[in-house]
Every structure is written in structure tokens, then in C-alpha cells.
Design a protein around this ligand. Structure first.
Ligand SMILES: C[S@@+](CC[C@H](N)C(=O)[O-])C[C@H]1O[C@@H](n2cnc3c(N)ncnc32)[C@H](O)[C@@H]1O
Length: 240
């Protein structure tokens, strides 16, 4: 009988230049406390005959089904144009794919608005000026409040040093700081330049990420070499 190839479990505190599904499949069930991510918003190219954004949020839900601990949080940027569809996907999609256990579903928890500090973008089809970015928070299964009180409007600084899609690290730190405990595990399956992972690292979390594009992955490696808060004027004061 041919020997079964042993699958190498991924290490913590690393970003992998690979597809997030293959990385997720190599992870044990439910090691992750917080999934914090920013999936691609674009429509094209189609993936599995669906718009890329739809595929990406379905994948996020399936990843949560496999790796997120009970009462763990999914925190994700989400475009205004597709919010109802994304909320449906997150609610129902967490039981698909590689999730074989009786994993509880994701439940809506809250929505945070991040005020845009860069140039105003116009959504031409809707004739809307986008002055904020929604950040959705879902929780797996049983309700549990986060470790600290969080604010649901943020004014992060613009930050596009590494990539045009890069998100503000001030926003990410401002949110993560309220939901995490040091030593907990953060996973970003659409890591881009590593903004969320750097925030988790600086806050004392264990972290792991996937980025499929090699150039972006290299930028993430560069950004993740930072090991202090220096240069990051990050916190907005939130009452306890
Ligand atoms: C919106 S960007 C994330 C930007 C990030 N927030 C930052 O601050 O740089 C989404 C990222 O997901 C990556 N991506 C898309 N499909 C992926 C997949 N199947 N596995 C891993 N990464 C993927 C893209 O290459 C892109 O860099």
C-alpha cells in the first residue's frame, strides 16, 4: 500500500506565499481566535463562474468554518455595494467546503465605519461618494463580548506606502486591540501587504497569513520586518 504523504502543519508567525485554501487545509481545526481580513472587492476575473468578490467572501466563510474557534471573531472589510449579499454569504457559507465538523455558524455581531481620510472615491453606478468603509464583525456560534469596549467609528490615517489596496494600520490596531488578548491567534487569509498581521504582531498576538501574489507577498515580508510601534501614531482614545 502506498505510504500516505504527511502534511506539514503551517507554523505560526509566518506569512505564506500560497493559496489560502491550501494553507487552511493544512491547519488543525479551530486554532484561530480572530480572522481579520480584506478580501478582493473586484468583480473580474470570474472565479468558479461567480464575481471574484462573491467567491472571496464564500471562501472566507468556509475558512472560518474550519479554523475559527467557537465564539471567535471574523472581522472583514466589505464594500457598500454588496453588503446584503456579503452578509448572506457570511451567515450561510460557513458550513461549506472542508468544514466537516458540526461547526456553529457565523452570527452578525456589529458593523464599524472607517472614515476615509484619502481622496474621495465615487461609486459611479450609484452616484455615491464613498466617505467611509464598512468593517463587518461576525462571531462563530455562541455570543461572547470582546475583551474591551470598542468604538464603531474610526478615523484611520491614509496609508498606501506598499500597495494601492493597503488598509490603514491605525484602524486595524484600533479594532484588534479591543477584540484580542496577547498570545491569541490571528489569521489573515487575504493578507496583501501584511497590514493586519503587523498589527497583530505588534499587539503580541500569534499570527499567520496567506498571500497568493508573489510581489505583494514580498512587500508583506518587508512590512512585517517592523517590530516596534515606531512611526505608527496609532491609537484613537476609546472610553473603557
Ligand atoms: C484587498 S487585498 C488586501 C490588502 C491588505 N488589506 C493590505 O493592507 O495590503 C486582497 C489580497 O488578497 C490576495 N488574494 C486573492 N486571492 C487569494 C487567495 N486565493 N489566497 C491568498 N491570497 C489571495 C490578493 O493577491 C490581494 O493582495
Amino acid at each position: 500500500m502506498p505510504k500516505k504523504k504527511k502534511v506539514q502543519s503551517p507554523e505560526m508567525n509566518r506569512i505564506y506565499n500560497e493559496d489560502n485554501w491550501t494553507l487552511t487545509e493544512r491547519m488543525e481545526p479551530e486554532p484561530v481566535d480572530i480572522l481579520f481580513t480584506d478580501p478582493p472587492y473586484v468583480t473580474e476575473p470570474l472565479v468558479d463562474d461567480m464575481p471574484m468578490w462573491e467567491w472571496a467572501y464564500l471562501r472566507l466563510a468556509a475558512i472560518a468554518g474550519h479554523v475559527l474557534k467557537p465564539s471567535g471573531f471574523v472581522i472583514t472589510y466589505a464594500p457598500q455595494a454588496h453588503l446584503p449579499d456579503i452578509m448572506d454569504i457570511l451567515k450561510t457559507g460557513s458550513t461549506c467546503g472542508i468544514c466537516t465538523n458540526d461547526s456553529p455558524r457565523l452570527n452578525y455581531f456589529w458593523i464599524i465605519q472607517s472614515i476615509n481620510s484619502g481622496p474621495v472615491i465615487k461609486a459611479h453606478k450609484w452616484n455615491a461618494l464613498c466617505l467611509h468603509k464598512p468593517i463587518l464583525i461576525y462571531q462563530k456560534g455562541e455570543f461572547k463580548s470582546p475583551s474591551r469596549c470598542f468604538a464603531d467609528v474610526l478615523r484611520g490615517k491614509r496609508q498606501k506606502r506598499f500597495h494601492p489596496w493597503q488598509q490603514s494600520i491605525q484602524d486595524v490596531i484600533g479594532i484588534l486591540d479591543r477584540f484580542m488578548m496577547p498570545g491569541q491567534v490571528l489569521y489573515d487569509p487575504f493578507a496583501g501587504t501584511g497590514t493586519t498581521l503587523l498589527a497583530g504582531k505588534l499587539l503580541g498576538m500569534q499570527w499567520i497569513g496567506a498571500e497568493i501574489d508573489e510581489n505583494t507577498y514580498k512587500k508583506a515580508m518587508n512590512q512585517l520586518s517592523q517590530s516596534t510601534f515606531e512611526g505608527l501614531d496609532h491609537f484613537e482614545k476609546v472610553p473603557e
